[in-house]
Structures are given as C-alpha cells and as structure tokens.
Design a binder for this molecule. Structure first.
Ligand code: ZN
Length: 98
C-alpha cells in the first residue's frame, strides 16, 4: 500500500508552490526557492500591476496637493489643474524621496 502511494506521489519539481497543482516542470517559472505555474504567475502580475497603480495614484494625489497649496496652507492652483501637472511630473519620473 505504501509502495502504491509512493508511485503516485507527484514530484515536487512539477508542482506550483502557489496553487499546488501538478503542472509539470515545463509550465513552471522557477524564482528562487519557489516554482510558480503560468496561471499563478499571470495572476501575480495582475495583482502587482493593480498595487503599482494604487501607489502611483497616491503619489500623484500627494504631488497635486503640494502643487495646489501655498506654504501658508491656502489653495493656490485649482485641484483639477494640479492633478494634470502632477500626472505629468509623475510620468516624467518624479518620485518623492522619503
Ligand atoms: Zn499555480
């Protein structure tokens, strides 16, 4: 019985570390100590892209707030215009250094 179970055990190198499916080594991306199947890799990329988009929106809003406010805290430029400039600055590569 134990011999039979061993015979049908999938090989670890064929299994996706994320979903646990036995997809075969040719359909896995090896990253460090993990094997990720193409589907999980695509899903991870989509999630990462969404998170990057959220981070970008937060930074753009922070830039727009800075642009639209004077040193004394009064509004200087209207927010819609500040967002246009903030988007341009962000696309040009400006990032706030923390
Ligand atoms: Zn997977």
């Amino acid at each position: 019985m134990i011999e039979l179970q061993k015979q049908f055990q999938p090989k670890a190198r064929n299994i996706c570390s994320a979903c646990g499916k036995d997809v075969g080594v040719s359909k896995l991306v090896v990253a460090g100590n993990v094997n990720i199947c193409f589907d999980c890799s695509d899903l991870a990329k989509e999630i990462a892209d969404e998170k990057r988009k959220g981070i970008a929106e937060t930074e753009i809003n922070q830039i727009a707030n800075t642009l639209s406010t004077t040193r004394d805290g009064n509004f200087d430029v209207d927010m819609a215009q500040a967002l246009v400039y903030a988007n341009r600055l962000y696309k040009a590569g400006y990032r706030k250094v923390e």
